[in-house]
Design a binder for this molecule. Structure first.
Ligand code: ZN
Length: 490
């Protein structure tokens, strides 16, 4: 089996990946907080860990992939203050918080499906694991690393630091935190401003709350990932992933909680994907340069010159290494669109090449296949893998131009390089797959308009109007012209 190397954020170096219980691999990734539409940042994190999930499966591992849904406890401020993000949205839209959760979870799933992000093996919700979180708080309190004040429970960072090093993941030094974090008003419950909430007593108007031994309230944001990863993957598991923006405080606090409760590290390899930037500036919700996936696929945003297909967006993301920042631009997205089309076209041309038993097998293709797999297994080095893939594309184009025959081994190798690896590992669809969705709709619409036309010819206007009304209700506009009817999405 091919060795796989992963950059472990905890050790700050690339390490050979050896699962604890091969061929099983336990992988936990922090999923979305479901209070808004999925955006480019969500896509990058999901695609990064989807790629790892697919690669591990390609090499024969059985992966239990847990990606959570944060639906409670993520407050507006990292300092345990402010409104719950989901609760705030529910209040704003006069919805039940679970309606907000369901709506944005559905939206997230829809867009992930379009991006060919495979569903995880388990997708636990924080709100469905309140009991596990309460049990974990009890364990932390029993070990002496938490304290209770006015119905809330906080993690005692100073105490923890006496036994285990706080800041081991992010490199934050407690001395600096002591010097730089000031207690905010209304936070006097905490012994230290850098302590974090395990349980918060809910204010009377707080939408989501549960009974606990300490108060009617809700769990701290970091707790869900400790509780749910341990529940589904055990007290020691292989991989924990997430966006770089979660490194501190979320993951640092998660490590502290898990070690405080269990006495040891629970995660063996920590992986973080970098952010998407625009002109070097982080793209984020709080900034006006933030683009949702819906806007991206529809071309509906002031920064967008056109609409981009989900596969072009996926290709754009794969063109950068996951630990580098990825700068958003129309040029880069258009280049990705072109690059994807070149790979898809080469796959088609490769199938049309004539096989001849007398043609010598290509040594270059053998080398390129190894290079592509080496690059992907070298900490998911997709830019290098794609560069080798383009060498294959050029080779196919040359053979096609020369109308040269190829050996049957070459044909098999090209199918692996241009079809199997793109589909199974990179998660890219073929040209035919990309087309089939829209072709099917075009074909169906043609049938429907033809049926409506037949009804008109029969002077059955009730039927033709009914068809038009049904289409209008679906957001499809019909235009009648001399040449016949045409349609467009409203
Ligand atoms: Zn998390």
């Amino acid at each position: 089996m091919q060795p796989i190397y992963l950059f472990n954020t905890l050790s700050r170096k690339k390490e050979l990946f050896i699962p604890l219980h091969p061929p099983m691999v336990g992988m936990y990734v922090c999923g979305p907080t479901v209070y808004g539409d999925p955006h480019l940042g969500h896509a990058r994190s999901a695609i990064t860990f989807d790629l790892l999930f697919r690669l591990l499966r390609y090499w024969g591992f059985k992966v239990r992939y847990v990606r959570n849904i944060t639906d409670v406890g993520h407050l507006e401020s990292d300092a345990d203050e402010g409104a719950d993000k989901v609760g705030k949205r529910a209040k704003l839209e006069q919805l039940e918080p679970m309606e907000v959760v369901q709506y944005y979870t559905n939206r997230y799933h829809d867009f992930m499906r379009l991006l060919q992000v495979l569903p995880p093996s388990i997708e636990p919700h924080a709100s469905g694991h309140i009991i596990e979180q309460i049990e974990l708080i009890k364990e932390i309190l029993e070990k002496g690393f938490g304290y209770q004040v006015n119905g809330s429970v906080y993690f005692d960072v100073e105490k923890y630091h006496q036994y285990h090093r706080y800041g081991r993941l992010s490199g934050r030094i407690l001395d600096d935190l002591r010097a730089n974090t000031r207690a905010l008003e209304g936070q006097s419950d905490k012994r230290n401003p850098f302590d974090f909430a395990l349980w918060k007593k809910g204010a009377p108007d707080h939408a989501m709350h549960w009974p606990s031994p300490w108060s009617e309230g809700f769990p701290g944001w970091h707790l869900e990932c400790s509780a749910m990863s341990i529940k589904y993957l055990g007290e020691t598991f292989d991989i924990h992933g997430g966006g770089m923006d979660l490194l501190f405080p979320h993951h640092e606090c998660e490590i502290a909680q898990s070690i405080a409760a269990k006495g040891h590290e629970t995660v063996r390899y920590w992986l973080h994907n970098n952010m998407i930037t625009n002109n070097g500036q982080k793209m984020g919700k709080s900034l006006d340069n933030f683009i949702t996936l819906e806007e991206l696929f529809a071309g509906n945003h002031r920064l967008l010159a056109q609409a981009y297909s989900p596969m072009s967006v996926r290709f754009f993301i794969l063109q950068a290494h996951y630990r580098s920042t990825l700068d958003f631009s129309n040029d880069a997205l258009q280049a990705a669109e072109k690059g994807l089309k070149r790979v898809q076209a080469a796959a088609k041309s490769a199938r049309a090449l004539v096989v001849d038993a007398d043609a010598p097998p290509s040594q270059e293709l053998i080398q390129w296949e190894q290079n592509v797999l080496d690059a992907l297994s070298d900490d998911l080095n997709t830019p290098v893998a794609l560069a080798h893939l383009f060498e294959v594309v050029r080779w196919v184009n040359t053979q096609t131009d020369k109308k040269a025959a190829i050996h049957s081994q070459d044909q098999n190798r090209l199918a692996i390089l241009l079809e199997k690896i793109p589909a199974d590992v990179l998660g890219l669809s073929s040209e035919e797959q990309e087309d089939s969705g829209s072709h099917l709709i075009d074909g169906l619409m043609e049938m429907i308009l033809e049926a409506r036309n037949q009804a008109k010819v029969r002077k059955d206007y009730a039927a033709s109007d009914a068809i038009r009304d049904r289409l209008t209700a679906l957001g499809v506009k019909i235009k009648d012209t001399k040449e016949g009817a045409s349609w467009e999405r409203g």
